[in-house]
Design a protein around this ligand. Structure first.
Ligand code: AMP
Ligand code: GLY
Length: 423
């Protein structure tokens, strides 16, 4: 099979690494990819949202399957684009159609979906510029802290937690009246603050049945002890010790199954991955958010624990035969630490030479923002390189990860030394 994988982060390198191990694979292309993915297949310089260029490439190279890593092309309708094109409509796309990707593309859509299907989530109301005054009244009726969410995609920055009423009123005004997040904050979801510890579950589904992938926890803040601004993710671990069998049973019964059935009942055909951002409130799971894709850097800790032939699973999804498969999970712990550019998540420089990767032993290296420049490996983004290790327990996995992270160097690099430390 010839597969085209869209994306260029650590998630895509981990997926490419796994896909490349399948005997069913003839050739893997990654668009646009990074220096790491080029070791698993061939990188192609295509933008993930240039559907016409993707179409031309897919036809030219006789691609048999499209696997979509990031949310942007899904929310913009790449699956719909394939279905509508006579030359592409038979080529399976792993990733939902736009109407179903609204689970991630619109917070208000996701909240309405959860309420409709009885899925536990924080109480909420949605406002727009015309109902700003009502939004103020709603904020005044709540206890602090206040959770304000831009309805649309805002590159992971659209959620603001305000400690005081004053701050919340100002933030709501900035979002709705001053377009703080552009069109994404034309509507704002205000919701009840939930207190608990977070983790994420992932499923792969063919729209009828689903397989639950290993759960994971990611570390979003730049600073140790979960301090400072939010990032794309500074590390991840899987499994998550507090997510015990009882908790995971509740997640499946109250959240996963009703979500997959809800999609079906709403007539939304969902092919691909669903990411459930969860919070554990005194032993009960609530949904914080849905994503229509896998997480990054969760994927780096999840994929190495999947023992199945990944292409076989993807093919089963495409053929709507997932029910005939089961998932085999490596019981070991997997930990990922993300090495980032100095200054990230604010301004940072690219093009720093990365050394030491050849000294790494006993860990996997997944590239995020990297590229080759005159045969040297250089940084090319905020999140640069992920170091991932398996171990018989969390400590063993972390020890290997940090031992190897200490071997990699580039000017200004930074990583958190406390990943998994809270667990
Ligand atoms: P999201 O972009 O939806 O993942 O939200 C970003 C972060 O905001 C989450 O990871 C949580 O830490 C926090 N958050 C979102 N919604 C709530 C909520 N209702 N209560 C408490 N924290 C929340
Ligand atoms: N790590 C969170 C995300 O991928 O959205």
């Amino acid at each position: 099979m010839q597969i085209l994988l869209l994306g260029s982060g650590g998630r895509e390198h981990a997926l490419a690494w796994k896909i490349a191990q399948s005997p069913l694979l003839e050739k893997l292309f990654i668009a646009p990819g990074n220096a790491g993915t080029s070791r698993c297949g061939e990188n192609v310089q295509l933008s993930v949202t240039d559907f016409f260029a993707i179409r031309q490439f897919v036809l030219e190279k006789h691609i048999d399957m499209l696997v979509v890593g990031p949310e942007d092309p899904l929310v913009k309708g790449i699956h719909d684009f394939f279905l509508a094109d006579p030359g592409l409509c038979k080529i399976p796309v792993i990733g939902p159609v736009a109407a179903a990707a609204q689970l991630e593309g619109s917070k208000d859509f996701a909240k309405q979906f959860m309420v409709r299907h009885g899925i536990p989530t924080a109480a909420y109301q949605t406002f727009d510029a015309a109902s700003l005054e009502k939004g103020f009244a709603f904020i005044r009726s709540l206890e602090p802290p206040y959770v304000l969410k831009a309805d649309g995609l805002a590159a992971g920055k659209g959620v603001v937690i305000c400690q005081t009423e004053e701050e919340a009123l100002q933030e709501l005004t900035a979002m709705l009246r001053d377009a703080r997040f552009g069109q994404a904050s034309a509507r704002v979801v205000i919701e009840e603050f939930l207190s608990g510890i977070e983790c994420s579950s992932f499923v792969i589904t063919d729209g009828n049945s689903y397989l639950i992938l290993p759960e994971a926890k990611d570390y979003k803040k730049i600073g140790e002890g979960d301090t400072g601004p939010n990032t794309g993710g500074m590390g991840s671990v899987s499994p998550v010790p507090f997510a015990d069998a009882e908790f995971l049973r509740k997640v499946e019964e109250r959240i996963i199954r009703p979500t997959v059935e809800g999609l079906m009942n709403d007539g939304l055909e969902y092919i691909g991955f669903i990411f459930f951002g969860l919070i554990n409130v005194k032993g009960d799971p609530f949904v914080i958010e849905y994503n229509c894709r896998l997480g990054d850097p969760e994927t780096e800790s999840v994929v190495p624990r999947i023992k199945n032939d990944f292409v076989e699973l993807l093919r089963a999804v495409a053929e709507r035969k997932l029910a005939e498969h089961s998932i085999q999970i490596d019981p070991r712990f997997c930990t990922t630490v993300m090495m980032v550019s100095g200054g990230y998540p604010d301004t940072y420089e690219k093009g720093k030479v990365i050394t030491g990767e050849n000294k790494v032993e006993g860990s996997l290296i997944f590239h995020a923002g990297t590229t080759m420049k005159e045969s040297e490996l250089v940084s090319n983004g905020g999140r640069v390189i992920a170091v991932t290790s398996l171990g018989n327990n969390m400590k063993e996995a972390l020890t290997a990860t940090y031992r190897n992270a200490d071997l990699i160097e580039f000017d200004g690099m930074y990583f958190r030394r406390d990943i998994g430390g809270d667990l």
